[in-house]
Design a protein around this ligand. Structure first.
Ligand code: FES
Length: 413
């Protein structure tokens, strides 16, 4: 243990702790931007600077280890002024379109600008004017908004081992770019979307289909149906200010009806079918000598990963579709037939926890019903935005059940 003083509080922390860790241990919050608790220390934004007695220069709290007897000030006038200047410099290169940004209200830079009362910027606004990349159906990039924290790069390379993102050029010309400076769609990106979670701002985001949904429900000739993935039922609660899993399923179903879905069905119906189909395929391979072992996943990011990096294993993949895509094909054939609805009028929307599902739905081979099987995908976050737009009070909504034919399931998978 080492003995230190932080903002007048005497404390002991384990040797090797950073100033940031020590400050957190005594209840002092030091602002960060490039720091991520699950990643290596990059120390490139300097937002976390603190004063250490005896040091002429301010120290980055996220990278500076504490030492015996250290006296640290995390909010002296010198520190506050330095942090404000650092934020003003970052903002001088940042588009000022917060109101239109996908991360409006959920942006680490916006929060910092608010916390440090940045009202006017003494530095001239110089946005680089880089092209946005909307080449994939899942993710977009807005390089002008990048603050060069490199959290996305580490997530893509170290966590996902995909290496679709890297750093190009140096100094003020530095940029995070897809491999070899191509568009994202031409890089090895598997569209898993993990970089979105890592990005502190709106430099990477999910491609929104909210306007497609609003257009569909406004059309009286369309029958708008949805399937809900199991994980969404739990996570959606967070989007409406509840704890994870706190929103009762039947109230969620009612909320979906209220925002305009004509029928609410369940992906678990085809999760049951997937198990049956895959079980049959495995038995067939065992009996007839097919390729073994047989692998399967309903994650299209995982499938993309296999297709991109392990093409020699493609014969080991099950040929069955994911539950989302089985549902899409059946909704416009079996379900349309049972309900007596013209499949041409059906807009099939799935609600999924994953942006790679948008890519999967758009694959050209996913048209077995004679139409695009799943018309588009809304993520949990997009449904959260639609719920907020609708002004629903979920504490007062009455319960509602799933619709029939493809709303039942065993839950066994
Ligand atoms: S958070 Fe410490 S330098 Fe960026």
């Amino acid at each position: 243990m080492v003995n230190i003083t932080i903002d007048g509080i005497k404390t002991s922390v384990p040797d090797g702790s950073t100033i940031l860790q020590a400050a957190n241990a005594v209840g002092v919050n030091v602002p960060t931007l490039c720091y991520h608790p699950d990643q290596s220390i990059k120390a490139n934004c300097r937002v976390c600077v603190c004063e250490v007695e005896g040091n002429r220069l301010l120290q980055a709290a996220c990278s500076q280890p504490v030492m015996e007897g250290m006296v640290i000030k995390t909010r002296s006038p010198k520190v506050i002024e330095a942090r404000k200047t650092i934020l003003e410099l970052i903002l001088a290169n940042h588009p000022q379109d917060c109101l239109n940004c996908i991360r409006n209200g959920n942006c680490e830079l916006q929060d910092l600008a608010s916390e440090y009362c940045i009202r006017e910027n003494p530095f001239e606004l110089k946005v680089r004017g880089l092209a946005k990349d909307f080449s994939t159906p899942s993710l977009f990039r807005d390089p002008d908004k990048c603050v060069l924290c490199r959290r996305c790069v580490e997530t893509c390379s170290v966590v996902q081992s995909v290496n679709a993102l890297g750093l190009e050029n140096r100094g003020c010309h530095a940029m995070v770019v897809p491999t070899l400076g191509k568009d994202l769609i031409d890089s090895p990106c598997i569209m898993c979307g993990q970089c979105i979670h890592a990005c502190p701002v709106g430099a990477i985001g999910e491609v929104e289909n909210i306007n497609d949904f609003l257009k569909a429900v406004a059309d009286p000739d369309k029958v708008v149906i949805t399937q809900i993935a199991p994980a969404v039922r739990v996570a959606i609660a967070e989007e409406i200010g509840l704890n994870t899993g706190e929103l009762p399923m039947e109230v969620f179903v009612q909320g979906l009806r209220q925002i305009g879905f004509d029928y609410v069905l369940h992906t678990n119906f085809t999760a049951d079918l997937t198990i049956l189909e895959e079980g049959n395929e495995l038995l067939k391979r065992l009996k007839e000598g097919g390729t073994l072992p047989m692998f399967t996943s309903c994650s299209p990011g995982w499938i993309n990963f296999c297709e991109t990096f392990y093409p020699d294993l493609l014969d080991n993949l099950s040929t069955c579709k994911s539950p989302q895509q089985m549902f899409g094909a059946l909704a416009k054939t079996y379900w349309a037939d049972k309900m007596g609805i013209d499949p041409a009028k059906i807009v099939s929307v799935s609600i999924m926890p994953c942006v790679a599902k948008k890519f999967e739905a758009s694959r050209p081979e996913m048209r077995d019903s004679g139409f695009q099987d799943v018309d588009f995908v809304l993520t949990t976050r997009e449904i959260g935005r639609l719920f907020r737009m609708s002004g629903l009070d979920f504490s007062k909504l009455p319960a509602s059940k799933f619709d029939s034919w493809m709303g039942e399931y065993t839950g066994a998978p």
